[in-house]
Design a protein around this ligand. Structure first.
Ligand code: CMP
Length: 140
């Protein structure tokens, strides 16, 4: 089934100049980019986006990290986009992620792991709506 998923290129990957390389990986793996923008999370926005992780030991540092600089957010489309993108980015921990995965290539730590990808179709819909209105997304 053709699906949409949300990707975020995280602050360290943007500031280190990996945006183009990560977008190239996304395109080479046959995802269509339906929308893209550069954003700067405000603290309250990052807390809302990651509310599911509130209370976990890594939450406070995750919020600090996600507001530390600009991110690039993308709406991607492909057959089984949610699972296919999670496979492309790899394990949360870049050291455990497969060699060819984006997190293995561009991630540094569990937290600074280069990219976010929605973990379910339900969450992808919520996450896309968090950043984009329907009018922002090309309808192909
Ligand atoms: P992401 O896909 O954006 O979803 C939640 C984020 O929390 C995750 O990527 C990591 O950046 C961060 N995270 C998850 N587990 C850990 C952990 N064990 N230690 C530090 N950060 C984590």
């Amino acid at each position: 089934m053709q699906e949409r998923t949300l990707a975020i290129i995280k602050p360290h990957a943007v500031s280190e100049g990996f945006t183009g390389k990560i977008i190239d990986e996304i395109i080479q793996n046959n995802f269509d980019i339906l929308a893209i923008k550069k954003i700067q999370f405000k603290k309250e926005e990052a807390e809302k986006f990651y509310q599911i992780h509130k209370g976990k030991f890594f939450y406070d540092n995750l919020i600090k990290f996600m507001i530390s600089g600009p991110c690039v957010v993308l709406v991607l489309s492909k057959e089984n986009a949610v699972k296919n993108f999670r496979d492309l980015i790899g394990n949360t921990d870049p050291e455990k992620a497969k060699n060819k995965s984006i997190r293995h290539k561009f991630g540094l730590t569990n937290r600074e792991n280069a990219v976010h990808g929605s973990d379910s179709l339900k969450n992808s819909k919520k996450e896309i709506a968090f950043f984009f209105s329907n009018a922002d997304i090309i309808n192909i």
